[in-house]
Design a protein around this ligand. Structure first.
Ligand SMILES: Nc1ncnc2c1ncn2[C@@H]1O[C@H](COP(=O)(O)OP(=O)(O)O)[C@@H](O)[C@H]1O
Ligand SMILES: [Mg+2]
Length: 278
């Protein structure tokens, strides 16, 4: 079942087509990355899904309660973190500020004024406030921006939890490794249109990155077996359009020493490839 459907969505600002006939769907229970260069129309699409911006044409619908974090959190600098979460709880008619702070790992800043919180802390508070609404669909615009590694890990855990409980997440990002670690699906947009969509595994399995001190021999063996292999810097080989078993067998038979075989970093290659091609 799809928790979120965007169909033939367009948004024009005068002569600018911010979103231009965009279609995609996000199945319930998945964490979907929304990728694309600056100005691709990600924020506009999220704003339309939120009901903050009206579409010029097409539809964008989420099933169930929607909450999330876009650019502005609406927090008041003179209020404390706990005050803001208590206000959010009252607005939603449910939830507990201290429990939400604990869940987000933010007990230490409970009495800190918003104005004294770092950008990253403020983002985390905004997410905690959004989760208080117990949303079915969570929309996040660049949630990884400004977070340190601990906070990134906590964010990943929160999003996975949400999805495991049957919730759905759509998050825009430029941090491709973060997307690769957090999301099970991606939608890639450029100039307001979809250029790729699907399960991350399926998209990434098309590119496998190998690191080996015998990269030269490995490259030869892969090519000899009819695989589309190229080098990508010293000691690194990228194989396109092959399945991991097939690549693994060639590696074994070549007897090359392997330091790494992964789809990590492959997302970047895929992303750059498809956004440049479009
Ligand atoms: N309120 C607005 N008025 C005019 N143009 C806008 C407005 N919001 C966005 N745009 C334009 O629409 C395009 C898409 O913007 P945006 O959705 O913010 O992209 P992204 O979030 O992917 O960077 C950009 O060219 C941007 O300048
Ligand atoms: Mg944006």
């Amino acid at each position: 079942m799809d928790a979120l459907v965007v169909e033939d969505l367009s948004k024009r600002y005068g002569p600018t087509a911010a979103v231009d006939g965009l279609s995609f769907a996000v199945p319930k229970g998945s964490v979907c990355g929304f990728l694309g260069p600056n100005g691709a129309g990600k924020t506009t699409t999220l704003r339309i899904l939120f009901g903050l911006t009206r579409a010029t044409a097409g539809r964008a619908e989420a099933v169930g309660r929607v909450s999330g974090v876009l650019d502005r959190d609406g927090f008041h600098p003179a209020r404390t973190a706990r005050d803001e979460l208590a206000l959010a709880a009252r607005r939603n008619g449910k939830g507990d500020a201290d429990a939400a702070l604990a869940k987000a790992g933010l007990e230490a800043v409970a009495d800190r004024k918003i104005g004294a919180c770092s950008f990253g802390t403020r983002r985390r508070l905004a997410l905690a406030a959004a989760l208080l609404a117990e949303p079915e669909v969570l929309l996040l615009d660049e949630p990884a921006t400004g977070l340190d590694p601990h906070a990134l890990r906590a964010l990943r855990g929160q999003l996975r939890d949400h999805a495991e409980r049957g919730g759905t997440v759509l998050l825009s990002s430029h941090v491709l490794d973060e997307v690769a670690a957090t999301c099970d699906r991606v939608v890639v947009v450029a100039q307001g249109r979809r250029v790729a969509e699907g399960p991350l595994d399926a998209l990434l399995a098309q590119r496998i990155r190998l690191r080996s001190p015998d990269a030269h021999e490995l490259l030869g063996a892969l090519k000899q077996n009819g695989l589309d292999a190229t080098t990508d810097g010293p000691g690194t080989v990228i194989v396109s359009g092959a399945d991991p078993d097939q690549v693994g067998r060639v590696v074994r038979d070549s007897r090359a020493i392997l330091h790494e075989m992964s789809t990590q970093g492959a997302l970047e290659a895929l992303y750059v490839g498809i956004t440049e091609a479009s």
